[in-house]
Design a protein around this ligand. Sequence first.
Ligand SMILES: [Zn+2]
Length: 125
Amino acid sequence: MSILAQPDDWALVRRYLRIEGYGGQPLRGGVRWRFEITDPQDGAIKRRLAAIQTPCATCGRVLHPVRPRDGRQRWYYAVACEQDRQFRCSRNRKASREYERIRSAYKRWRDGLPAAPPEPQGTLF
Ligand SMILES: [Zn+2]
């Protein structure tokens, strides 16, 4: 499961999502990405963002993907359990694939493309 399957939540999150590449060296996984949440400057929207729940991309436990970093000054988006609880959830292929799906969906939205690539058309004959 994914926030992409929760259209209302996704529509809210993507407005404040800012995906930043870092680690210029082409390491094993290439560029890495930070999923930052910009400050909505609005308490009601902040509460809505903080209240969103999604299943962990790895273990399925329900979690709050929008979380504060650095003493609540900056927020970020996470697809997996917090590292201090379940380190194995955040550093594995399921989590990276979910980040990749979100990044791709975000890019399509920002570029004004449909939410997903069109389904292959059936043949006429
Ligand atoms: Zn987990």
